[in-house]
Ligand binder design. Structure first.
Ligand code: M6P
Ligand code: ZN
Length: 191
């Protein structure tokens, strides 16, 4: 790609009170029906789907050229809720270009960042003003462990891309559950 196709002027964006990025050039609205099979309690999922198919999260993004030298900015509003005992979470993904890192910055609410790579896994607690780093190669997902929206800003390389298929097949090795009002991080094998 020639340098002339790169962004060549500065600009600014605003994050409003709710966490909506303005302007956004693309948005994602993820309902439970678009995450079928990702929560461990299938009966609880069916029950919610038979009801109002809750909105789990929204992403407001300012798209950029798909080039490693560019940085995409987006905000995620991950709503409070549970499917059975499992807190609302994002689908999670690897980057198509695996060696691209990402930075998250907590704006409001409370959550966990869950990362996984080749059998290893970690969780990072996030709240307002937390800067969390997703290393290159690691699959990543966020979970809302609170009772208000968990809102965070993300910055990642323009050419990173989202690979949902691989982690959907593998599954994240850890789940974040509400156990009698406490946040429990439970290995998938111990459910
Ligand atoms: C963060 C970033 C985005 C991602 C969003 C929702 O804001 O990592 O790139 O799209 O979370 O996560 P997912 O794409 O896994 O549903
Ligand atoms: Zn990412």
């Amino acid at each position: 790609m020639s340098p002339t196709t790169l962004t060549d002027a500065p600009f600014s964006l605003v994050v409003d009170e709710q966490g909506v990025l303005k302007p956004a050039t693309s948005t994602v609205e993820r309902r439970l029906s678009q995450m079928k099979g990702m929560y461990h309690d299938a009966a609880a999922e069916d029950q919610l789907l038979a009801g109002d198919d809750p909105l789990v999260y929204e992403v407001f993004q300012y798209d950029m050229p798909e080039h490693v030298g560019e940085l995409v900015v987006c905000t995620t509003l991950l709503y409070p809720g549970r499917v059975g005992d499992e807190f609302f979470m994002t689908k999670g993904h690897y980057h198509e270009q695996r060696d691209r890192a990402e930075v998250y910055y907590g704006l409001s609410g409370e959550g966990q960042l869950v990362v996984a790579y080749e059998g290893q896994h970690h969780t990072v607690a996030m709240g307002p003003k937390t800067v969390a780093y997703v290393p290159p190669h690691w699959a990543h997902r966020t979970v809302n462990t609170g009772d208000e929206p968990f809102v965070f800003l993300a910055v990642y390389h323009g050419d990173a891309g989202h690979d949902y298929g691989s982690i959907e097949t593998e599954g994240f090795p850890q789940r974040v559950l509400d156990r009698d009002g406490s946040v429990a991080i439970v290995p998938q094998g111990e459910l």
